[in-house]
Design a protein around this ligand. Structure first.
Ligand code: GSH
Length: 222
């Protein structure tokens, strides 16, 4: 039997979207977590960009999370892309957009002072407001079905559940449909499983190792 292995890091949102897609499709997989601050040589040897996630399957290595999602889509049911080619192309484009937002989250999280943190908040808020007219009636991105595009965005919102313990940054204030979508994603079993009970504690630990203005605003974790 060909076991699928996901080479991971506990906190990585790009890993989380792969975990969500694997879970939604009911694909059995093993998970190997690595320390990104001390990457093992075997990982350096197989990761062209030195990044997680990697999917090891049939002796091959697939890198880049969006490509991993597409591979899973081509190989496992249920289909999580729309059947219509134009709709499918649009979903792929919005997945790319979500990848930008995941990187924006890092810039927000690691901003060294209030001014740069708030400037990054503004970048994220503008991108969230841009999403508002794109969303269908809900509860998910394109309507009643949870799709790959939902898996790609879900980790973005999970990070905001932690960020907002530091205050109301009003990122979602003018985006009611995005707020409802965020709530629906948070309730999805695959999303909850991808985050895990230790997520917030791990995120705080990672922030402590770096300069993070946000961390100075976060109330102690209970
Ligand atoms: N475009 C990549 C981004 C993956 C990525 O940035 N992973 C981070 C962890 S969340 C990483 O491995 N960073 C290590 C590094 O950049 O050196 C993807 O979608 O898979």
């Amino acid at each position: 039997m060909n076991t699928i292995e996901l080479v991971s890091h506990e906190l990585c949102p790009f890993v989380q979207r792969a975990v969500i897609a694997l879970t939604e499709k009911g694909v059995p997989f093993t998970r190997t977590s690595i320390d990104l601050d001390d990457r093992p040589q075997w990982f350096k040897d197989i990761s062209p960009l030195g990044k997680v996630p990697l999917l090891r399957v049939q002796g091959e290595v697939i890198f880049e999370s969006a490509v991993i999602l597409e591979y899973l889509e081509e190989t496992h049911t249920p289909a999580l892309h729309p059947a219509d080619p134009i709709a499918r192309a649009k979903h792929r484009a919005w997945i790319e957009y979500s990848s930008g937002l995941l990187m924006d989250n890092y810039a927000f999280l690691l901003a060294p002072d209030a001014a740069s943190m708030l400037a990054q908040r503004d970048v994220i808020r503008a991108k969230i407001e841009r999403l508002e007219p794109v969303l269908a009636a809900g509860p998910y991105f394109a309507g009643p079905a949870f799709l790959l595009v939902d898996a790609a965005f879900a980790p973005f919102f999970g990070y905001w559940d932690v960020f907002e313990r530091a205050g109301d940054f009003k990122v979602f204030e003018r985006a009611p449909k995005v707020r409802a979508w965020r709530r629906a994603l948070a309730q999805r079993a695959s999303v909850r499983a991808a985050f895990g009970a230790q997520f917030e504690a791990l995120a705080r630990g990672a922030m402590r190792k770096r300069t993070s203005h946000l961390l100075t605003l976060l109330a102690p974790h209970v």
